[in-house]
Design a protein around this ligand. Structure first.
Ligand SMILES: O=C(O)CCC(=O)C(=O)O
Ligand SMILES: [Fe+2]
Length: 368
């Protein structure tokens, strides 16, 4: 679907001298904007895990082993047979698109609630909740806008306050989607715990807390170097989202048909191709720490597409706030400690240092 409503983009994302409809040239039929040296691969190398083989009656040990390997080697896998109805995925995507198509001003008004964290953002939210860093360095912002929806705060999304937005339909869809993803994340974490020989009866063991579930819906506007003004040397790349690891235990991503997500494995970038009705599960920093570095928190990034906007819906789940993560590699810490340190680093250094801060042999020289 082409964007016919540039009013919906945050002002810096609006192409200045372009026709309103951004379409690929006729000879471009693929979605990959792969005219640079980054991710490559013709076939899809991402490990595939069948959810039904991990759980329930059809539980298959080979598939459980495959999951362990994927977590060690990639920190990411494609989940099939997950039981989230395709109709729900399609509807959610349609409503999300509809919400993003509201004018920029309406979106700002819509999600300026008194509830912290239920918000509309754009640019690099960790650095610039209001986009203020634009004046510092316009080329370093993430080319993305998004809605941040903690599932426990969904009741704050009051449809009657915003008759122009179709929130009446959006809220139950998000609720249903959140329930499905809570179910998937919990079951996958159980299998991971088994593989890691973690004793689930030990209540002091860190685990995934379903009540921390958070959904982020993103729209990545198209980006072309033609938008860059004459003073620019033209060789920079804008990123939809710069390289990072997630802070979560697990993140589960549902992307539309426009590619952009890339993951790093053995110093090589791979494109995570869009495949309908599959979900992408990636491991976050908390899972890496819980597993004593046996599993890894995968580095990933999102490339922008020159011609098409991209939509993705991400679910993140964390450990209970006060649950202490103990391992031989890290000083004991809670997710709250981790988050607070990330925020301090982002403020002071401009980036997240992450788990390195908590390593027992701390190689990061600046003390916390
Ligand atoms: O939009 C995507 O494909 C990935 C988003 C992401 O990596 C994140 O939100 O942490
Ligand atoms: Fe991420």
């Amino acid at each position: 679907m082409s964007n016919t409503n540039l009013e919906s983009y945050p002002p810096p994302f609006r192409p200045s001298s372009k026709p309103l409809v951004v379409e690929p040239p006729a000879d471009r039929v693929d979605d990959d904007d792969d005219d640079d040296d980054s991710a490559e691969s013709d076939s899809d190398p991402i490990p595939i895990i069948d959810f039904q083989s991990l759980v329930g009656l059809n539980k298959d040990n080979n598939d459980c082993n495959k999951l362990g390997e994927a977590c060690k080697d990639w920190g990411l896998f494609r989940l099939v047979n997950h039981g989230v109805p395709p109709d729900l995925l399609n509807k959610l995507e349609d409503y999300a698109r509809e919400l993003f198509y509201l004018s920029f001003e309406s979106k700002q008004a819509l999600f300026t609630t008194t509830t912290p964290n239920l918000s509309y953002f754009w640019g690099t939210p960790a650095l610039t909740p209001s986009g203020a860093a634009l004046s510092r360095d316009p080329q370093n912002i993430n080319w993305v806008e998004g809605l941040n929806i903690p599932l426990c705060q969904l009741s704050q999304l009051q449809p009657q306050q915003h008759p122009t937005a179709n929130l009446t339909s959006f809220r139950p869809l998000i609720e249903e989607y959140g329930r499905h993803l809570g179910r998937l994340a919990t079951a996958i974490f159980e299998v991971m715990s088994d593989k890691l020989y973690m004793d689930k009866r030990d209540k002091s063991k860190p685990s995934l807390s379903e009540s921390t579930g958070l959904i982020r819906v993103y729209r990545y506007p198209p980006y072309s170097n033609d938008d860059v003004d004459d003073n620019d040397n033209g060789d920079h790349t804008a990123w939809g989202m710069d390289v990072h690891t997630d802070s979560s235990v697990l993140s589960i991503l549902n992307q539309d048909q426009v590619s952009g997500l890339e993951v790093l494995k053995d110093d090589q970038w791979f494109t995570v191709k869009p495949v309908s009705n599959t979900l992408i599960v990636n491991l976050g920093d908390m899972m890496q720490a819980i597993s004593n570095d046996e599993y890894k928190s995968v580095k990933h990034r999102v490339k922008v597409n020159k011609y098409k906007e991209r939509l993705s819906i991400c679910y993140f789940v964390f450990p209970g706030e006060e649950s202490v993560i103990k391992s031989s590699k890290y000083k004991p810490f809670t997710y709250s400690d981790f988050q607070a340190q990330v925020q301090r680093d982002v403020k002071a250094l401009g980036y997240k240092v992450g788990l390195e801060r908590f390593k027992i042999t701390n190689t990061f020289t600046e003390a916390c």
